[in-house]
Design a protein around this ligand. Sequence first.
Ligand SMILES: *Cc1c(COP(=O)(O)O)cnc(C)c1O
Length: 368
Amino acid sequence: MQVPFFAYPKHFLSDEDAFVDIFRSVMARGAFIQQQELLAFEANLAGFIGTKHAIGLADGTNALILGLRALGIGTGDEVIFPSHTFVATHGAIVAVGATPVPVDMGEDGLMDPGAVEAAITSRTRMILPVQLNGRICAMERILEIARQHGLLVAEDSCQALGARLDGCFAGTFGTFGAFSFYPAKALGCFGDGGALVTDSDEIARQVRAMRDHGRNERGEVVMSGTNARLDNLQAAILDFKLKTFRETIARRRDIAGRYDRAFREIEGMVLPPAPDSDPRRFDTFQNYELCAVQRDALRAHLGKRGIGTMVQWGGRAVHQIAALGHACSLPRTERFFEYCLMLPMNQYLTDAQVDHVIGAVREFHGHA
Ligand SMILES: *Cc1c(COP(=O)(O)O)cnc(C)c1O
């Protein structure tokens, strides 16, 4: 049996007829850019998350860049971010001319509030936490630190659409939240896509203009902008997929629960918290990432059983990428990358595939 890590063709094949209908409808009307499908998706996304505004954008990176720019982050400003993230978080900070300051992660694998506090200088303007793997970091502490020091907060919530902490959705804790609809994300489109969510009318106005060459809804140029629009066709596909997104998340949580029950007793692995282990949290399992003492041998074993796995981001945190020039040491993050491994996790996995992964992991550790 083969269990590929990603199942990209399934994105389309799972609902082929519906997607062909959407394509035909959008194409036949020539509704390519900023048409009703985009407006509908934005309204439904805002409704799902509970923000006043959701703005469709070209990708998650542009959501971060335009959000930072709308907040006036730029040259001379330091932005604190967790080094345990995708390089896009870093790239967005650099793109607006600000200085990215990487910090270590806590025991939960997410941004460590203590490390954030220690990294604050007179030039710090903003804290940019990252909600990784569909799990929200210790936002109450991060917001408190920000309040004490007069700092802005926004979220890289690209991996956490639908995740909640104390009933609040990822993307709603700071001034804005950035989302990505890259095909590997839990809500993935057929190419690149992203969105920014915010309750601020002013941020929304600026981001809407910036994504469309600085033009307002009447087509007048009101500021300098760029082109970072979400294609209307992608918006139509996303709006269709959003209708069943709750089931998508439920299936991911079901798979995570199965993995947890099967692996709990195995020594030599540290698992992510199980779906129902904390009543304050609703994790969405964008990834199922564990730490394994014998990571590379386990990976090879699973490979022989036809199971695709991944070591996130080439096995390196942002501060470990030589080309980016961060000569710092963040011990917990560095240790994490020696042991981390992601198992197949997507809504298209069959129960038989999940059982195959479970059997192979248990077999490797000498369990029946
Ligand atoms: C996917 C992702 C992004 C942005 O991705 P795009 O490819 O630009 O849509 C940013 N940050 C994190 C943590 C991500 O996982």
